[in-house]
Design a protein around this ligand. Sequence first.
Ligand SMILES: Cc1ncc(COP(=O)(O)O)c(C=O)c1O
Length: 322
Amino acid sequence: MALILLSPSEMQKKLMDNKYPAQETYHAMYSTWWGGVVTDPALMMVPIDDHMVHRGDGVFEAIKVIEGKVFLMDEHLERLNQSAALISLPLPMSLAEIKKTILETIILSGQKNALLRLYISRGPGGFTTNPYEVVASQMYLVVSAFKTLPEEKYTIGAKIGKSEIPVKDPWFARIKSCNYLQNVLMKKESIDRHLDFTVGFDQNGFVTESSTENLIVLDQNKNLVHPRLHQILKGTTMLRVFELAKALQKEGLIHSLTERDISEVEIKSALELMMIGTTLDVLPVVQYEENKIGTGLPGVVSKRLQELLKADIKGGSRLTPV
Ligand SMILES: Cc1ncc(COP(=O)(O)O)c(C=O)c1O
């Protein structure tokens, strides 16, 4: 027999030896399962029988920390709470305690800039689909390095295409669940097609969203439009950008701020298109399939919105100091 039984100490050595480059970007992990924080990536583990692992039964958030301040913390926690409520997943602690745990874990990580990966899992206990067989729901939090896009991407702009992956139905689209197979396949298809992103369309031909980003449009009448919050995730960055965009209305750069269905024809003829999300901020789109968007160069509204968001992240009202 070639297989050997590993003792706990042999197992620990294996874990320490099996290092890989991505681990260098994981700075700290908190888990309710151990009730503490570890900083060695080799120890950042979750139980195999946690239903989040084998059934995708959990919800999550990605939150950024810039210069020692958490951006849109309450908005992310509110969405986490909504996602969990929709699948009847009890939070293992109150939102106030989650917030405190996040801040303390960041301090222990020693990082000033980071991307927080926050998971609420159904919990360990058995391998069936039955969510009632678990011990209790758990929280896992990883403080990881925050990698932004290269600056030139914002001056070149992104190329996007139409997704072939079936979109989530409206009920599932509102939940940021750990069952992200559609999103994974959208990312894969964009990479395979040498595109930056692909976007989905619903049964009526209206655009939904990308793998982990929202799409917004400056239409031919200079209305800044986002899709109805019906079959998409309620993007925290998108909604903040729409708040900030009121300044551009006053400047006369945009006519109105609107939420409505957006067809593919409108996407092709838009003055500007932008991808929006936590890791991107506001990224201009210059091409959709074979169609040049606007002049084919990043537009002034995208640029101004990115500037407004950057200023907001640096010194705005939606920051929680660590
Ligand atoms: C499916 C989906 N849409 C949109 C977004 C953008 O949301 P946010 O701006 O909160 O990062 C995300 C990322 O969380 C996502 O996973």
